[in-house]
Design a protein around this ligand. Structure first.
Ligand code: MG
Length: 259
């Protein structure tokens, strides 16, 4: 998979609580919540767990994804307890390529899309109050994007002892483009624009176009976009991701890392 990622704090928020994972074999985003850097920590910790499990992934992608979510959940709960923070949590949406299939693990209101032959298909369901309302027919997609309670999510990593992520797979084709993003993009850019802006050019240029569009439309939240282009050679060995445990530890315990 040829990939690119871009994260921007947007125009309103003082810090960036989003994080991403981008490797040849897996891409993902996490959108953290919680005060006093809790959100930033939660999203980083979740992706760090993802990165560890993917690096050692064996034959069973479904089990690996389930493990990622269970480990990320325990790690965020543990961190919240140790740092005495309440309200810490994060969305987590990951796509892993294995055995000619795209495996998706998802919880929260970040999204995965598949762009195939000019069509953009949303692969994930939002675990959010407005997502539930849209599915029950009580709200349109357009109304959901500006609804005052659009930020209320119904499931997240780190909010309860046991979590139930959505885990599923689909067959990939040469030329597929995967797009994984946080709600800072989708609350500002409607599906039509999204599919136009996401198509064509390199993954890097598509990431730039999408982030720029979200900022032009207000940039009210952190915006994170990861794009992966799938080709015949996509199922390569997982490589080390860019998340770094030392960064997390130094944030918690000061500049020198472990206390
Ligand atoms: Mg967000």
């Amino acid at each position: 998979m040829k990939y690119a990622a871009l994260s921007d704090k947007g125009l309103v928020r003082p810090n960036n609580e989003d994080a991403f994972l981008a490797t040849e074999a897996a891409i993902g985003v996490a959108d953290g919540m919680g005060g006093h850097e809790g959100g930033e920590l939660a999203s980083q910790i979740a992706l760090e767990e993802a990165s560890k499990a993917i690096t050692s992934m064996e034959r069973r992608p479904k089990a690996t994804l389930a493990k990622i979510f269970a480990n990320a959940n325990s790690a965020v709960l543990r961190m919240a307890r140790e740092s005495q923070q309440t309200g810490m949590g994060t969305t987590l949406t990951i796509a892993v390529l294995k055995k000619q299939r795209i495996w998706i693990g998802h919880i929260g209101d970040s999204r995965a899309y598949l762009l195939r032959g000019g069509n953009l298909e949303q692969l994930t369901e939002d675990h959010s109050l407005v997502g539930d309302l849209v599915r029950s027919g009580g709200l349109s997609q357009d109304e959901a994007r500006t609804h005052p309670k659009r930020h209320v999510i119904t499931k997240a990593v780190g909010t309860q002892k046991l979590i139930k992520p959505d885990i599923f797979s689909l067959t990939f084709e040469d030329g597929d483009r995967l797009l994984i993003c946080t709600d800072g993009l989708t609350n500002h850019v409607e599906p039509d624009s999204l599919s136009k802006l996401a198509a064509g050019g390199s993954p890097e240029s598509a990431c730039e176009r999408l982030v720029e569009a979200a900022k032009e439309r207000g940039g009210s939240d952190n915006i994170t976009v990861v794009i992966g282009d799938i080709n015949g050679a996509s199922e390569s060995k997982p490589d080390r991701s860019s998340t770094d445990r030392r960064t997390v530890l130094s944030r918690l315990f000061g500049k020198n890392g472990v206390n």
